[in-house]
Design a protein. Structure first.
Length: 256
């Protein structure tokens, strides 16, 4: 947060205010952020809005010029708040992370900030600690977040870019709103669910037909084998073979 505020000052205006809104949880993190704002002497620039209700949240979104979410949490598999911001016509600055990569388009509806997680391997210990019960799920998510790095210098550059370019803010906000309406509006999402259900039903029906055909073919082959057996019983075949063996034996020059 302090580095982001410095980026605001670099634009050359003190009229910008950072609104930090969201769930306060048990209050510990909120107290930490307020202490940080006090230590950095930016209390006049940063306003904290803990646990806003829906009317208050809409008011904050409508009053904003841009939306920021630098998530580093592995639970952010979709990311509802950036979608709400896009629907309201706001340009977004967000971490290049998890579900944000699916809902946001870098350079078009948002500026995505580079975000890194260690390669596969180091996280195994965290997973094992959660698996065997040493860490709760919240602790596991928290430790994974501590291992995630958001490029705050790049975040500051994104602030500078958008705050200094009203035209780009407007263009990105309009593009985000159009994307939200075209892909993420409930009327669109429900229709896509219905299309998926139809596709899955067709797959199941085709699988049933395929299975019926396969079992039917196997039954037909078995029936043919039984039919041959009925026409040429094994007892008759065996008897005929014994008869032929006796005939060859009496015709042999060595026969007694």
């Amino acid at each position: 947060m302090p580095q982001s505020r410095r980026a605001v000052i670099d634009v050359g205006t003190n009229s910008v205010k950072l609104l930090v809104a969201g769930s306060s949880g048990d209050g510990d993190y909120l107290r930490f952020m307020r202490d940080q704002a006090r230590a950095e002497n930016v209390e006049a620039t940063v306003e904290f809005v803990p646990d806003p209700d829906e009317p208050r949240k809409l008011h904050l979104i409508r009053a904003a010029d841009a939306f920021l979410s630098l998530s580093d949490n592995i639970q952010e598999t979709f990311g509802l708040t950036p979608v709400e911001a896009m629907a309201a016509g706001l340009p977004v600055i967000a971490s290049d992370w998890d579900g944000y990569r699916d809902t946001l388009v870098d350079g078009e509806t948002a500026l995505l900030v580079p975000t890194d997680l260690p390669q596969a391997g180091p996280g195994r210990l965290l997973a094992e600690r959660h698996e065997d019960g040493r860490d709760s799920y919240d602790q596991y998510c928290g430790l994974a977040s501590l291992a995630t790095a958001v490029d705050l210098a790049a975040a500051g550059e994104a602030f500078t870019t958008l705050l200094g370019d009203p035209g780009r803010r407007a263009a990105m906000g309009a593009a985000g709103q159009a994307r939200a309406r075209a892909l993420l509006d409930w009327s669109v999402v429900i229709r896509r669910y219905q299309e998926l259900w139809g596709e899955l039903s067709a797959i199941r029906a085709a699988a049933k037909r395929s299975a019926a055909t396969a079992f039917g073919g196997a039954f037909a082959i078995a029936s043919s084998i039984r039919a041959v057996g009925r026409r040429r019983p094994s007892m008759s075949i065996s008897g005929r073979c014994r008869s032929r063996r006796r005939t060859r034996a009496t015709q042999s020059p060595h026969a007694a």
